[in-house]
Each structure stands twice: as C-alpha cells, then as structure tokens.
Design a protein around this ligand. Structure first.
Ligand code: KG4
Ligand code: ZN
Length: 344
C-alpha cells in the first residue's frame, strides 16, 4: 500500500505578508496564499509594526481558509501545523503563532515552530532536492543578511550576518532618499537599468578581510551625503537631478551592494569548501545579484541554487516545506511556543 504523504499547513506573519500554504512531503506545493500589505506601508516608506500586526489579524483566518481550499484539503488531511515564530517583528509574529497554536489545539494536530531565515534557505533548496554538500547559503532580506554553512535542513550554522542594516533595508532606504517607489528593492533595480554602475564610487565595506559579517549602513550614508552634502545642510538635490543622474546613483549603489554580497559569499564558500551556493530572501529576486553569483559559481565550479522568484519574498511554502523535516525528526513544539524577535 502506498504511504499517504505528510501534509503540512504552514503559516507566516513575521513581517508584512500574511501567508499560508499546504505542502506535502516537503516538496509538493498544494497551495500558496500571500496577502501583501505593501499598499498599507507604502506611504511610510517602511513597515510599521502596529499596522502590520493589525492587518495580519484581519487577514489570517481568510488566508488560512483559502490555502486549505486551494489545496482541496480539510483539517483531516493535515498532519501538522507549522508557523514561523522567529525572527521578525514580535507583534506581527504573534498573530501567526496564535493562529497556529489555536488550530493545532482545536484540530489535535502537532505544532511545529520554524525559524523564518532557515525557511528562506529551504526556498532555495526547493529548486533542486539533490543538492551537493557542503553548501553555503546567502539569505538577503529586508531584515536580515546572513551566511550559513548548510549541513542539512535542520542544521544551518550561522557563519556571519549584518552588524547594522540588512541589504534589503539599504535598498529600501536608498529608494526613499532617491524618492523612488516602495518597496525600494524592485524600484532601485528598475531605475538602475538605465544607469551606469561605474558612475559613482560608493564604499565597499568589507570589514576585516576574513570577516563574513556585513555592514551596509556606510553605503546608505554615502548615498545620503551624495544627495544632501557632507554637512546634511543642503537641499536634497534629487529634485533637481536628471533621470540619468538618479539612474546612475541607483546603478552604482546596486553594483556596490551586489559586489560585497558576492565577495563575502565566495569567501564563505572557500572557507567551508562549498560545492553548492544557495540564495534566498527578498533581495534574491534581484537580477544583478543572481547573475553575479551565477558568474562567481561558474568560475569556481560550484552549483548555484536560487529560490524561484515567487518564493524569494516572504511566503508560507518555505515554512511548510521545512516543517516536513522537523516532522520526520519528531521536533515538535507545544502550546508554550512564543514569538521571538531574534533567532534562538
Ligand atoms: O524576504 P522579504 O520578503 O522580507 C523580509 O523577511 O524582510 O524581503 C523584502 C526585501 C525588501 O527590502 C525589498 O526591497 C527587497 O526584499 N527586494 C529586493 C528586490 N525585491 C525585493 N531588493 C533588491 N532587488 C529586488 N528585485
Ligand atoms: Zn523574509
């Protein structure tokens, strides 16, 4: 008799997307529903935690119901309920965690707590199940920039992370300085298409030459000084700049960030002798980053696995997929599961 697949409902509310998905055996995506809050945060140029939390609360029941309906399953087909409980905005995470605990209790199904960043790695693993180890994973999102030594889905080891701004945060802040639309990453990428990446020299902050940590606040400040002058007393020159000048700033900034990300990933790959490089997180949607990493991997005989674009930004497929491995390992949470702002 063929075994019934392990079917998991995943829930994600760590930042500004309310998401639910049903995934069978870690790889078969039966549904994925994402309610984006971009419109709500647009006018603030960044995610406002209280607004995010309230919007999650309004949407969560409907999003979960849709995920079950699209997957054509009922609670009886679900083997476990998984939720991203760390890291993220605590008052946003709590909505998903409370929903997952409630469903787990009411349906009498096991509960699984998932690290949101480990789930981002999983979205790259989804691209090819037969990945060759050792692998290095670069996770670049709005809140995080981290390098991992990926030994298995359950054991990613942190090698380095940002000491200040995350890469996506830098994209978002520079987009605000350049008066581009929100979210900043896609807006910078689009504007940069017409720009010269060599037009302006922004600092490539590498920290110590062997360091696998990142720092992006210096690059962001350099763009700010470029537009406002060193003393910050001048007018923001952006209003009087030509579209070409703005495109040149966007292209030069993007190239600087990508150069740093690729150099550090190469260093990490050399350090652990990686055969594979995994790329995930919202900034992984950036074409220049994908291409530059691809070139680095080709030149160093490594395989690059990139999360499919729709699973780069926050989603619950990556949560339900990773939860399958925790399910098989018997790593369940109980009703004391709490949202945590930082990974623990
Ligand atoms: O992973 P994600 O959806 O949320 C967090 O966990 O933070 O990432 C969102 C981030 C935002 O900062 C957004 O500007 C950035 O990903 N992003 C991009 C692109 N698309 C999204 N950054 C650069 N280029 C893009 N095409
Ligand atoms: Zn994320």
């Amino acid at each position: 008799m063929q075994e019934r697949p392990i079917t998991i409902l995943g829930i994600e509310t760590s930042c500004d997307e309310t998401a639910a998905a049903v995934v069978a055996d870690g790889l078969i995506i039966k549904s994925s529903v994402v309610a984006s809050q971009v419109k709500l945060h647009e006018k603030y140029g960044g995610v406002v935690p209280e607004i995010a939390s309230r919007a999650h609360l309004e949407k969560i029941s409907q999003v979960v119901a849709e995920a079950l309906e699209q997957a054509n399953v009922t609670k009886d087909d679900i083997d476990a309920v998984a939720v991203a409980n760390q890291p993220g905005l605590a008052i946003a995470l709590i909505v998903g965690v409370t929903a997952a605990k409630t469903l787990s209790f009411a349906w009498e199904k096991p509960l699984i707590g998932i690290d949101h960043l480990h789930a981002h790695i999983q979205s790259a693993v989804l691209a090819d199940e037969d990945l060759q180890l050792p692998a290095v994973a670069l996770i670049v999102s709005g809140g995080h920039t981290s390098l991992y030594d990926y030994e298995s889905p359950l054991k990613p080891k942190l090698l380095g992370s940002t000491i200040d701004d995350a890469a996506g945060e830098a994209f978002d802040k520079v987009a605000t300085i350049l008066k581009l639309s929100y979210p900043g990453g896609p807006a910078i990428e689009k504007t940069a298409q017409n720009g010269n990446p060599k037009a302006i020299k922004f600092p490539h902050t590498m920290l110590d030459k062997n360091s696998l940590d990142f720092s992006f606040s210096g690059i962001k400040t350099a763009v700010l000084y470029y537009c406002r002058g060193q003393d910050m007393k001048g007018e923001n020159k952006v209003d009087s700049m030509s579209p070409q000048q703005i495109a040149d700033i966007a292209a030069s900034f993007q190239k600087t960030v990508v150069d740093v990300l690729v150099k550090k990933t190469k260093l990490a790959a050399e350090k652990i002798g990686a055969k594979t490089v995994l790329l995930g997180g919202g900034v992984a949607a950036n074409t220049l980053l994908r291409t530059a990493l691809e070139q680095m991997c080709n030149a160093t005989s490594r395989k690059l696995l990139v999360a499919p674009k729709r699973y780069c930004t926050d989603n619950a497929v990556m949560v339900a997929s990773l939860a399958y491995y925790k399910f098989k390992a018997g790593l369940f949470a109980d009703l004391t599961l709490e949202p945590k702002a930082y990974s623990q």
